[in-house]
Design a protein around this ligand. Structure first.
Ligand code: PLP
Length: 376
């Protein structure tokens, strides 16, 4: 890692294709246990690095979940066909719609009744998907920011109380509802599975009477442990829930995970710029800040820092370091504190679990947005 980082101009994201494919393989194995036809749409909002997307398109292991026309164009340029994409986005303008509707085989999940109407006006008789809101959701630690459906109204999908009207509008334009979609939160683990099952039950009740239905997309949100106390998501348990609920439904089960596929396949490698003791706190400063990977700060999903060096010192003798980035904001801290071997200026540290929602969400805040990416 340190050698690769030494060859980079600054912060470096390293992704492992083996890990990505292993993660996809684990989900495919679980889906095979459901006894239903199935497919994965990788949520490319998690990581749109072109080299990675091209490999995934070649592998044909999955399609892609897209949420904007620009993601559509990027996925096409990386080798995915529109037929292998599922669009789920919010606040979709007419201009966006015109770009999406140019691709007849693209699955488009409507997020509002207005979107159904505007598609009907432009493409009478088209096949559509509808994103519904099951009014129950879950996410990592049930954190409010990671839960997309619940007792408070969220902006996502069509609610039960709107359902009749949604169906009537679709029917008035002869639109065929071939896909039903829900995504009720991000990062759920074993502890949240019961709640996720309740969301699934509520979502599936929308399928009654939809005679053209071919696919039900149960969203992304499959989580990974972020802390040593987190229990992994048991995919066999997850699959058995799907199996039970889909046994009488003759449809394809689709999933659209992002984080689960790429998060633990990536790390962000940074250089230590200064080590300094300040009023009882020992800081290690690094050449990249939260703007390069906003997820830990936005969502309180920590990335564990590890040193990319070997020093002859037992972990019991390591010291506590607060790891600070290079952005002029007080909260720009990667860890406070982390137990690390003795670090020197010029050493490298890697932030683990940085393969999702890092590069793709990064900004140029303080004009410190430069980084490189590599797929190994
Ligand atoms: C509609 C939709 N699908 C899939 C995803 C991917 O979620 P995750 O990365 O948690 O699997 C998201 C994330 O926000 C989403 O909004």
């Amino acid at each position: 890692m340190a050698d690769m980082a030494a060859g980079a101009e600054g912060p470096l994201y390293i992704y492992s294709i083996n890990r990505v494919e292993t993660n996809i393989g684990r989900i495919l194995n679980a889906l095979a246990q459901t006894g239903r036809s199935h497919r994965i749409y990788y949520a490319m909002k998690a990581n749109r690095y072109a080299t990675l997307l091209k490999k995934l398109a070649q592998s044909r292991l999955c399609g892609v979940d897209i949420c904007s026309p620009n993601e559509l164009d990027h996925a096409l340029a990386c080798g995915f066909r529109a037929a292998d994409m599922s669009f789920t986005g919010t606040a979709v303008s007419n201009r966006d719609l015109d770009r999406l509707l140019a691709h007849k085989s693209l699955t488009i999940n409507c997020d509002t009744i207005s979107m159904i109407r505007r598609i009907g006006e432009r493409a009478r008789g088209r096949e559509i998907g509808i994103r519904i809101n099951p009014a129950i959701g879950t996410g990592y630690g049930n954190q409010k920011r990671l839960v997309y459906a619940g007792t408070h109204a969220t902006k996502f999908g069509i609610y039960r109380e709107q359902w009749r009207e949604a169906l009537a509008v679709a029917a008035s334009y002869d639109l065929k509802i071939t896909s039903l979609h829900f995504h009720s939160g991000c990062g759920y683990l074993d502890a949240q599975l019961a709640r996720w099952e309740a969301a699934l039950t509520a979502a599936l009740s929308f399928s009654a009477g939809l005679s053209d239905l071919r696919m039900i997309n149960i969203g992304g949100g499959l989580g990974l442990p972020h802390k040593s106390t987190d229990a992994c998501l048991d995919l066999s348990r997850w699959a058995s829930i799907i199996r039970r609920h889909f046994k009488d439904l003759d449809v394809t089960v689709a999933v659209e995970p992002g984080g689960y596929i790429v998060k633990d396949a990536g790390m962000l490698v940074l250089t230590v710029t200064d080590i300094e003791q300040k009023v009882g706190t020992r800081f290690a400063y690094v050449n990249g800040g939260f703007n390069l990977h906003p997820e830990p700060m936005f969502y309180n999903l920590p990335c564990e820092p590890v040193a990319c060096i070997r020093r002859d010192q037992a972990p019991s003798d390591w010291s506590k370091l607060t790891i600070a980035g290079n952005i002029n904001e007080a909260q720009d801290l990667w860890a406070e504190p982390a137990s690390m071997p003795p670090l020197l200026e010029g050493d490298y540290i890697a932030l683990l679990n940085a393969g999702a929602y890092g590069a793709s969400m990064s900004s140029n805040h303080c004009m410190r947005g430069d980084f490189e990416e590599i797929l190994i």
